[in-house]
Ligand binder design. Structure first.
Ligand code: PGA
Length: 260
């Protein structure tokens, strides 16, 4: 696992957008797994700017969702389908044809989850998966004690996650209790995992995930099992890392040809 400490969220967005630009240059039809929430927005803004000024041709890229609320009406502005279409697909000049996501309104949610897991595999697998981290250490919506080999399925949100996400709704009562999320085992099948965390509120979860033991109680610690996992943190989110000095030295001395 590589830990990259950057000055601020804007620098993180530029760094990850540059890695995605390299990926799409090598593989124009790459499947890019995107996360929702506030943290990855600088990545999407940088990608859109690169498309606008011609540094990036994303016209053949494919985009897929990490997770989805269960039961929000179709077209609800806070469904993750709507968020990804608004924040990623449209700004990159893509259409819904290039987009894959689970159906959070299916009558049979269990079957919809299995179907999404299969659709990801049939699409050739995720090339680069962007991840955030919850204050409780979740990735996707895999809450603490999710199986480290879990597949895409329904999960129940913790109270903490519903509190964290209430800012997107009029009140916490409107935040769904249930979600469909790629499982941890599903996420680990992506070829490159890039977790971004910014701000002091994520420092504890980042330290536990990166330097703590591999444990289902900290789902993001599963990145320790992946051959190509990159954790990008700003100074605030890095503030509880004991090995911060080592991570800085390593990145400063990294050969440029290695990329992220
Ligand atoms: P956030 O969400 O980026 O809005 O903090 C992260 C997450 O819950 O995974």
């Amino acid at each position: 696992m590589e830990i990259v400490i950057v000055p601020d969220p804007a620098a993180a967005g530029e760094l990850i957008a540059a890695a995605i630009t390299d990926l799409l240059t090598d593989k124009p039809e790459a499947l890019l797994g995107v996360a929702t929430g506030s943290t990855p927005l600088p990545i999407y803004q940088s990608l859109a700017a690169r498309v606008a000024d011609g540094r990036l041709d994303a016209s053949r890229a494919r985009i897929c969702q990490l997770d989805e609320y269960v039961g929000l009406p179709a077209g609800h502005p806070e469904s993750y389908r709507s968020v990804v279409l608004r924040e990623v697909v449209e700004p990159l000049g893509l259409t819904e044809d290039s987009f894959l996501g689970p159906d959070g309104n299916a009558e049979d949610i269990a079957a919809a989850a299995i179907a999404y897991d299969r659709a990801l595999a049939e699409a050739g697998g995720v090339d680069l998966q962007i991840l955030g981290i919850g204050t409780d250490g979740h990735i996707g919506f895999n809450e603490p004690c999710s199986s480290l080999s879990s597949r895409t399925r329904i999960k129940t949100l913790t109270r903490q996650t519903r509190v964290d996400n209430a800012r997107f709704f009029d009140s916490i009562d409107q935040v769904p209790h249930h979600v469909i999320t790629q499982g941890i085992g599903t996420i680990l099948e992506a070829r490159h995992l890039v977790l971004l965390a910014t701000g002091e509120a994520k420092a504890e979860a980042v330290a536990l995930a990166v330097e703590g033991p591999l444990a289902a109680v900290v789902p993001a610690s599963a990145l320790q099992l992946h051959q190509h996992a990159t954790v990008v943190v700003d100074e605030a989110a890095a503030s509880k890392l004991k090995l911060a000095g080592y991570f800085r030295d390593t990145y400063a001395a990294k050969p440029a040809w290695q990329g992220l």
